[in-house]
Design a protein around this ligand. Structure first.
Ligand code: GYE
Length: 329
């Protein structure tokens, strides 16, 4: 790749020059109405897709925040395909953007293209999903939840709720995606410690409602007589599973416990209606944090490799209709 051959010194100068420009812009425009540190920057956002309400909320948060800060945002939706996302990152590098925000579809396969970004002197801020790379200096920071902890929270809640007896169908996220791998790990680890709890089937519903419903229908054809719990790696698949349960004549939330992760309005509403029993939160409003990170990097500051987003758990004890109604996504 051409970018790899560019020597680092001129790039450092280039970045310093742009930093100065940004500073001038900040001084000229002041802090209000789109001014500030980010004003005038060009940032590429390589989004994974639009498969879930969560991801649409994340996209909206990043676009809104760019608008507020006067950042010129270039947006790409990879439509669930890693090759599209890699091509988008390469395009941003070729365009010489000031920074790249990347929500990586899967964990692996990023070494080359992120190495190219580093060689080009373009910082990469990872949002919402982590990567598995040989050299972690090829990205600046990761802003994301702890997905193992989320899965663990769900498993521990279920242990208490079920008294340690459960026949579970697990609906996994996109194969190879950090939240699918880690939400499975955290949950399965807890379940594995209790003899009366068993995962009777575990299959991917690709983080979307249609696939969640379809997979649940197929699994119900086999396991309708024994299933007592559905654990879905996100809200959308849980909502699809609820439709499948109802179509099969089962009462979600009563005959079958339903657990999801994300905590969007639709899931919290289902919780209040009694069709869902437990929702572990995962916050999608990462725009402010992402652009704070870009500005810190450009100001020469350092950031922790992982900025952990804190999540909580919702169930019938702490969630009411007003809370669900006011959920902004
Ligand atoms: O839970 C899911 C989405 O990467 C944390 O991706 C994100 C997950 C989120 O499609 O709904």
């Amino acid at each position: 790749m051409i970018m790899k051959t560019i020597p680092s010194t001129p790039l450092i100068l280039k970045r310093a020059g742009l930093g100065l420009l940004a500073l001038c812009a900040a001084v000229l425009t002041g802090c209000g109405g789109g001014g500030g540190e980010g004003a005038g920057l060009t940032v590429g956002f390589a989004q994974a897709g639009a498969e879930s309400a969560w991801r649409r909320a994340e996209t909206a948060s990043i676009k809104d925040e760019a608008g507020k800060r006067g950042v010129n945002l270039r947006f790409s939706d990879a439509q669930g395909k890693q090759e599209n996302q890699i091509a988008a990152v390469r395009d941003f590098i070729a365009q010489g953007v000031d920074a790249i925000i990347l929500a990586p579809i899967v964990e692996t396969g990023w070494d080359d293209v992120l190495g190219e970004a580093k060689d080009a002197g373009i910082p990469v801020v990872l949002v919402d999903r982590g990567v598995d790379v040989g050299d972690d200096s090829i990205y600046a920071t990761l802003i994301a939840s702890d997905f193992v902890a989320e899965g663990k929270m769900a498993g521990e809640w279920l242990f208490k709720k079920s008294g340690g007896k459960a026949r579970i169908i697990e609906l996994e996220g996109t194969p190879g995606a950090a939240p699918a791998i880690d939400r499975k790990k955290g949950f399965d680890d807890v379940i594995g410690q209790h003899a009366g709890m068993e995962i009777i089937a575990s299959q991917s519903g690709d983080f979307n409602i249609e696939k969640g419903k379809e997979v649940m229908e197929a699994l119900l054809a086999k396991h309708a007589g024994e299933v007592t719990v559905v654990y879905a790696h996100n809200d959308d698949m849980a909502l699809g599973a609820i439709q499948a349960l109802e179509a099969a004549g089962k009462k979600p939330g009563e005959e079958v416990i339903v657990i999801s992760i994300d905590g969007g309005k639709a899931a919290l509403t289902a919780l209040v209606e009694g069709k869902m029993n437990c929702v572990v939160e995962c916050l999608p409003l990462l725009g402010p944090n992402a652009f704070d990170a870009v500005e810190t990097i450009r100001a020469g500051g350092t950031l922790p490799k992982w900025q952990k987003v804190d999540d909580q758990l919702f169930d019938a004890d702490n969630t009411d209709a007003a809370f669900a109604e006011n959920r902004p996504y």
